[in-house]
Design a protein. Sequence first.
Lengths: 222, 574
Amino acid sequence: MTAAIALEERQNNRYEQLEQLRRQMAAVSGKVGSRWRAAEHPADVLPDSESLLAVPDALAELLPAGLPKGTVAVLSGARSLPVGIVAAVTSAGGHAAVVGLPDFGLLAAAEMGADLSRLAVIPKPGTDPVEVAAVLMDGMDLVVLGLAGRSVPPTRARAVVARARQRGCTLLVTQGQWQGAPLRMDARVCGYEITGGRSGVPVSGCGRISRVQVSIRARGRT
Amino acid sequence: MTARVLAIWCMDWPAVAAAAAAGLPPTTQVAVTLANRVVACSAAAREVGVRRGLRRREAQARCPQVHVAAADPARDARFFEGVIVAVDDVVPRAEVLRPGLLVLPVRGAARYFGSEQVAAERLVDAVAAAGAECQIGIADQLPTAVFAARVGRVVDPGQDATFLSELSIRQLAGEPSLSGPGRVELSDLLWRMGIRTLGQFAALPRGDVASRFGADAVVAHRFARGEPGRGPYGRELPPDLDAVLHCDPPIERVDAAAFAGRTLAAALHRSLEEAGVGCTRLAIHAVTAGGGELTRVWRCAEPLTEDATADRVRWQLDGWLTSRRAGKGGPTGPVTMLRLEPVEVVSAEALQLPLWGCLGEEDRLRARRALIRVQGLLGQEAVQVPVLSGGRGPAERITLTPLGDELVPRAAPDRPWPGQLPQPAPTVIFGDTGGQERSDSGMNTGGQERSDSGMNTGGQERSDSGMNTGGQERSDPGSNPVELLDAQGDPVRVTARGVFTAEPVRLDGAGSHYRGELSWWAGPWPVDERWWDQNQEAGRSGSGRTARAQVLVADTALLLCYRQRRWYLEGVYE
């Protein structure tokens, strides 16, 4: 039955298709207990933690289908995005590793709620950071990989993507070229909130930065 | 309180051993000769005039019935074994200086038997039961105890030098097992210079002795003063737990390595189990067909299980063989011999897992295994685990520890840290410098050219700075010097009172691509720390204060740190 549906829905983009499948599965499981049928959103029935990675609340609105486990996403722009995702994943009980980003703001992650005991950093992954990330996929829920300007050829990327899917580990690639990623996110700082200004306008010499506003644009492969 | 040493001296041991070898009673006259000279004689022979140094013929002339035997160190040692066993029964773990002379730490025995005298009596009885006579000396230091044994004395604690001061300077070379080469010449020389007792020698200044007579004389001088030296060990040697595998055929492939790892781990854990210990640090040695030797030490927070050991051996061999194929060093040929050596062991109780496990334990172990595997590829220090620490700057508030080490924050995070920056912290933190000296030497000279040449892409430049300053200490900002300028283009500094010398207007960073007019700034916030510490003061802020400031340049907020009269880019809010 699912195969037939998948054929019908081929025109739709990937997220709608996933949503559709999830609804089907929810309907199936709903038949077992009557209590479940009463759920208002059938999609809620499937526990998100099994297929989706925890993301920051702001990001959850942006990605209607969430960030599925076992995918590869390319991040660019402001660092708050990977820091926030690391914080969300570790606070939700997942394990994360940060490879090749020696300037990763760990304190900022901790302030965003990260559980540092579930986090490991490899600031200097040597000549082949992709290999290190591939090894880490065995045990981690999230690997943030800084390529430091390198570009990964499509053949290599494909092997790593397959491994990520098999292990259920999400790979976030930053600072480099990665061919054929299904999801790209770009974050830009769009403003700062500064305390101590006069009628909302910051005055030089006064105040501190109290909040960083980041706008994130996500692009999925259709 | 120094450990007291007891020496057991069996008189004329070569003669006693020679008599025993010939089946003669110990009371017969025996002379042991070497190169036609008497080197040892029994007490009975001495009574009738046989002395050390006599020619054999002359000894036979003085005592016609003397039994003459050639010197044989192997025979001496063989017969002394019985005495060692007898002593071991009373006080274990005695050390043999030479056949005929034993030393052991007496503290435990004295406590067990009640006093040193009682312990000495027991030992004399035990040696007598083994068929030998002995004298016992007790003193603070090992050489003193040996000389005390010659006169059968117990030297009171702290009286070593007093006891030795009476002895002739010739005694310096009296015990060959305690003196280095050239000691005879030294004692001869001292005698001729008019120094007749050890007391006179001990009274000489150490510097004079060292400059005139050399290193061995210093050792002798320490002995003459009764100063602490190397005492008997007195502890059980750790059991030999190594597991060795000779690989035939030599290992060249990873699957063979996995098999070898499994076999070796089983062997190692059998011996560990028998010893009742768990291994927390494991050294993997490999010998290659080319004769090369490779060693890597694996360290783990919890004792290794058999599977974990096998995994580590496999990963290590995998790493070595892979690096060999890639032509990046590694073994010079296939691996022919593997040895696992438990470098650090703990008692096996530490290996008890909780009965029910705990939530997420499986995931935690899985993550840990992956990280340990990366450690195998890159080295112990490569994988770092963060822990919140105390401090004022954003970099100081995270302590990075290599995975496997104990997580100890450098400073207590729960104390109040006045001057700590409020939330949010910058999400990009520069300042991976390997310490104060490194950043001082490197950044003023090389840093500027480097960044000038590589200004094109932000990502490239950032990685450059991270690589050049490779240390793991995220304590000191400093890899990104910037210039904070006022309206006239002069550099802005922070005064001793903690204010800017002028209003900052421009940021010009040679080492940063954040440059331009400031649209907003705040600060400086002086950092008051370590002013009580002389060294830190000199190194950190001896030439000016430390302060932080936030600036907004080209719609990017930056955190700057002022240190040693310079501004550094410490973090970016992005």
